[in-house]
Write a protein that binds this ligand. Structure first.
Ligand code: NDP
Length: 329
């Protein structure tokens, strides 16, 4: 029986990955914080109801000794590092600023500790890091492929670039099977409410039910390459199965604006009055980035046989259907 260790196991992607690994008969272990957030608790309960019962460990990812001890005990076949502090586009700047130091500590030290622990005590472990398309946010090139130069315009993006570069370094220096998945936006019924996709879906449902009157959003012209989280978890698994390690873009290759998302969700809800209920709120508006973040998944398609199963319309409709019935996928 194969053994996998997943950080961020009760997050959106971690929960899909845990389900996939369970279905493949893995012994699934997860790293969690001592106090689960309400969202993580919700997804944990959801997994249990689906018969997915990972063994979880409280481990401080910023402590090398703790990470090394756990790695030594488990010596997993595969390790997926999904835990990270990240912001939604809806997070206001003042909050971001306060959190930068914590974000850097968590996102960078955790990668370094996991890589070093693998090198020291479990060198056969295959490692996949969750990277992000925001690593290209200031590149000025669109669509992006794996050779597009990284240029971020946020502390979060910079932390992801450093994570990818450390992974590459360990791959080259120590010949480890370590890879980075360059993930474009991916959503699901398991997405937290403060992310724009879920905010739109839940907000429009409340308007449809006359529970509220307005939906406040930031830039409606912001373009995102939106995919379905279950597909991205599967892509990360494929990366760990590949003969050789490497970095791969996981994206749909198609961009849609926030306004498109609103329109599609309103259409699914038969809410014709949507243009009257959406307000652009300057507090939530971010400076427009010079790069249209749309990824070219050609390498993942050809080398891994990966492709997305759900298009934009299917994704929005899945989210609407689950939010309307208050269920998780
Ligand atoms: P979620 O926020 O849904 O999940 C992240 C999980 O990590 C949460 O369960 C969180 O726990 C946990 N976590 C955070 N820090 C720690 C820590 N120090 N120790 C243990 N657990 C921790 O994110 P997603 O599943 O959507 O994203 C997974 C990864 O993919 C992240 O690295 C993210 O940066 C990256 N990514 C995601 C994209 C997307 O569109 N979803 C796009 C690009 C990259 P808790 O809730 O208790 O805080």
């Amino acid at each position: 029986m194969k053994r996998a260790l997943v950080t961020g196991i009760f997050g959106q992607d971690g929960s899909y990955l845990a389900e996939h690994l369970s279905g493949k008969n893995y012994e699934v272990h997860g790293i969690v914080r001592s106090r689960l957030s309400s969202q993580s608790s919700k997804l944990r309960t959801h997994l249990l109801q689906k018969g997915v019962t990972p063994i979880f460990h409280e481990c401080d990812l910023s402590s090398f000794a703790s990470v090394r001890d756990l790695m030594k005990d488990l010596r997993p076949d595969e390790c997926y590092h999904l835990a990270a502090i990240h912001y939604s586009a809806q997070t206001v700047f003042a909050e971001q600023f306060d959190n930068d130091r914590y974000l850097l500590e968590q996102n960078i030290l955790s990668v370094l500790n996991l890589l070093n622990a693998i090198r020291e005590v479990s060198s056969a472990t295959r490692f996949v890091l969750a990277g992000s398309c925001v690593m290209y946010e200031d590149s000025g090139i669109s669509p992006q492929c794996e050779s597009t130069p990284f240029r971020s315009n946020s502390v979060y993006g910079t932390s992801k670039i450093i994570g990818l570069q450390m992974t590459e370094l360990f791959r080259n220096l120590y010949n480890l099977h370590v890879s980075t998945a360059i993930l474009y936006n991916h959503e699901s019924p398991r997405r937290e409410e403060h992310f724009v996709s879920q905010k739109i879906v839940k907000g429009l449902i409340k308007i449809k039910r006359n529970e509220t009157e307005r939906l406040e959003l930031g830039n409606l012209d912001d373009v995102k390459d939106w995919g379905f989280a279950r597909d991205y978890a599967y892509g990360m698994w494929l990366m760990a199965q590949a003969h050789s390690p490497g970095d791969y873009i996981l994206a749909t290759g198609t961009g849609h604006t926030v306004a498109d998302f609103v329109r599609e969700a309103a259409d699914a809800l038969e809410l014709e009055k949507w243009p009257e209920v959406v307000t652009v709120q300057p507090r939530l508006t971010r400076p427009v980035t010079k790069t249209r973040l749309v990824g070219d998944p050609y390498r993942a398609q050809t080398a891994l046989g990966w492709s997305h199963s759900l298009d934009f319309r299917g994704l929005v409709r899945l989210m609407v259907q689950h939010a309307a019935t208050n269920t998780l996928d």
